[in-house]
Structure formats: C-alpha cells, structure tokens
Design a binder for this molecule. Structure first.
Ligand code: MN
Length: 276
C-alpha cells in the first residue's frame, strides 16, 4: 500500500513538474512573441491578453495580465476539460459588471463546474469527450446522470455567457440581424423589454436565452443548469440570472443588471455567428 501510494505520488509530482516546465515555456514564448508584436510604447491599459478562442481546450491562461483584477485562478492545468480563457480582461465589462464579480463568477463558480465535471467523467466513457457531447449525453441519462448534467451544462452555459457579452456592446443590431429582430419581436424595443421582463419574472436561479426555434427568434428561460442545447433549440445568446452573476454589483435588483446587459454588453457579433 505505502509503496503504491509513494509511487503514485512520485509519478504525480513528476507529471506536475513536467506541466510546470511546459507552461513556463509556453508563457515565455507567448511573452517573447508579444514583445515582438507590440510596439514598445503601447498605451497602459491597452489589452494585454492575446486574442483567444474562448472555447479552446489548451492550458488555462491566467488573467493576471489585468493589474486591476484579483486573480483567484490557479495557473495549473486542471486535467481533463480545461476552463477556457475569458475572451476579455476581468475588468473589461466595467462599470456594468465589475472585475470583482467576474473574478468570482469565472474563477470560482465557472471553474468549479469544470472541476466537478472532470471528477464525474473520470474513468467513464465520457472522459476525453468534448463538453457539448457530455452535456447532450448526460441529459439522456435520467436521474443517474443528473449531477453530471448539472455541472457539465453549467460549464457549457457559462462559456456561452462570457461570449454573449463584450465591452461597449448592446444597443440595436444593424443589417440582417436588425431585420430579424424587427420581424420576430416587432422592434428592438420590444425585444429588449421582453428579455428584461423574462429575466425579472424568472423565479430563482437560471438563464434567459435568445434562441432560434423553427427558424424563429424566441426568448426562453431555463431553470438551474437547463439549456436549450438539449431541447431542440439553437442557442444564440444568454444572460445568467443566478444571483452570483449580479449580487455584488446590483444586490437583489436583477432588472438593473439585465438592463445593463442588454444596453451595454450584449454581443450581437456572437449572435450573428451563432445564427450562421
Ligand atoms: Mn453563473
């Protein structure tokens, strides 16, 4: 027994050391590339993170590049599915959503769903499968897989949420997207009011989505971890209405949070990409 565990612990320490070295090399190389790519007099406060595909599964890149943001995130890889990097700095959504909220929401809540998903899939046929597949398959598994579904779907929903926002977003969309909104909701104002009212009326934890169903744009809400991904709808946008998404910034006033989401953060580019 003791031999076994000491062997395991040595192997595990060796693996950690390897990962740390690998990460160090990656970070050093990224820094070197940045030094070449960026003019030496770049303005302070300019974006310091490289553009990132937020759904990539590479090693977690800490968001410590933002000097104003607390850094609750360990830089070590998680094993299994990797928490994607945020598509912007933790402070990028201020003043509407503060760096404190993002740090806690992304670094603790979102990360926690990934960790629990990884624990649940270990040694099962779903290990090493993409997150979306885990969500869809665990949704079919009934009560036996409800815990896995809850964590995997929350991990997926949060990936979608971060991409549903961008700094200086919001307002009415233009072009084809504007026409679709007018056609299916009457006007942008009616779309906006519907989304805000759905969020306000939603009881307890959940999500408010813009989806495509039977070629029509709709706003729907889901409870807890539930997601349109497993309900025959195509998700286009989501706002998180769990209290942890807004309580630090807005206390219990969900309406003000969702109004700020629609008016200042909503990422229409992301909606357009999802519409295809
Ligand atoms: Mn959340």
């Amino acid at each position: 027994m003791s031999n076994d565990s000491s062997h395991k612990s040595t192997a595990s320490a060796g693996r950690r050391a390897f990962i740390v070295r690998a990460l160090g090399a990656t970070a050093a190389s990224a820094l070197a590339q940045r030094a070449v790519a960026e003019p030496p007099k770049s303005a302070p406060g300019a974006a310091t993170l490289p553009p990132a595909d937020p759904l990539h599964r590479g090693p977690l890149q800490p968001t410590a590049a933002d000097p104003k943001a607390p850094v609750p995130i360990a830089s070590a890889p998680m094993g299994g599915l990797e928490l994607p990097v945020l598509p912007y700095l933790q402070s990028a959504l201020e003043p509407h959503i503060t760096a404190n909220t993002v740090a806690l929401h992304y670094g603790k809540h979102h990360r926690g769903y990934y960790e629990k998903t990884n624990t649940a899939i270990q040694g099962t046929p779903l290990a090493n499968k993409p997150l979306e597949q885990i969500v869809k398959e665990s949704a079919k598994g009934g009560k036996a897989q409800s815990k896995l579904f809850d964590n995997a779907a929350q991990a997926w929903n949060h990936n979608f949420y971060w991409q549903s926002m961008k700094p200086k977003g919001g307002g009415a969309p233009s072009g084809e997207l504007g026409k679709r909104i007018d056609k299916d909701f009457g006007s942008y104002e009616q779309f906006k009011n519907r989304l805000i009212q759905t969020a306000v009326d939603h009881f307890s934890n959940g999500w408010v989505w813009l989806v495509l169903e039977k070629n029509k744009l709709k706003i729907v809400d889901t409870h807890d971890a539930d997601t349109p991904l497993v309900r025959g709808m195509k998700p286009l946008l989501v706002s998180d209405v769990w209290e942890h998404a807004y309580y630090l910034d807005y206390k219990n006033v969900r309406k003000d949070y969702v109004t700020a989401f629609v008016e200042h953060l909503l990422n229409w580019d992301f909606v357009g990409q999802n519409l295809g």
